[in-house]
Write a protein that binds this ligand. Structure first.
Ligand SMILES: [Zn+2]
Length: 192
């Protein structure tokens, strides 16, 4: 898979875009979009191309750098004067997304094993969702609005978590497959 094709796939995926925005702000994808395979830019030229302030561009790059996504080369231009050229590691974006998806997957698994052998109760007005022991301590009344708590059909809940898990699993497999197809040939960058 070429980096440019990968880039399109990355920037078309909503979960990935959301994660990038969470990592480096709402316009981080505008900065990332700029880079084609082998491209290097100084913060100044990124600022001109994206019409964003240089301080903003620097903060996006630093946030992405913190996760190993934006990497730079330091070139000595004159004595005591360096120029920083930045590049984007698309492969690393996939790795960061994969890491997040695996965490979510683990959370769903934990929530299944947590729920499966217990009775849960909820307030009909959706204030709380609590296990049997706590519901009993409140005399099966909502601690917030005093409504009578109702027993949750835990089998239904678990079935729905399992559905989410299998969707996530498909996506994780897809990302793993992509990851194995990319070869990152860029060298000499400082990534973390
Ligand atoms: Zn309530």
């Amino acid at each position: 898979m070429t980096v440019n094709k990968l880039k399109k796939e990355i920037l078309d995926d909503k979960a990935t875009v959301d994660l990038l925005k969470k990592i480096a702000g709402p316009y981080s994808t505008d900065v990332i979009r700029l880079f084609k395979e082998g491209d290097e830019y100084t913060p100044d030229s990124i600022s001109k191309k994206t019409n964003k302030k240089i301080t903003y561009v620097r903060s996006v790059l630093n946030s992405l750098h913190y996760r190993g996504i934006a990497c730079y080369k330091k070139n000595k231009v004159k004595k005591m004067f360096y120029e920083f050229k930045w590049s984007i590691k698309y492969k690393k974006i996939i790795e960061v997304v994969l890491e997040q998806q695996l965490e979510k997957y683990k959370m769903l698994e934990d929530s299944i094993s947590d729920k499966k052998d217990r009775d849960y109760f909820r307030c009909p007005k959706k204030c709380v969702e609590i296990p049997f022991e706590i519901a009993a301590a409140y005399n099966f009344k909502c601690p917030n609005c005093n409504s009578i708590l109702e027993l949750i059909d835990i089998k239904k809940v678990i079935a729905s978590i399992k559905r989410k898990k299998s969707i996530l699993k498909k996506n994780i497999d897809r990302l793993n497959e992509i990851l194995h197809k990319i070869e990152d040939k860029t060298k000499g960058y400082i990534c973390e």
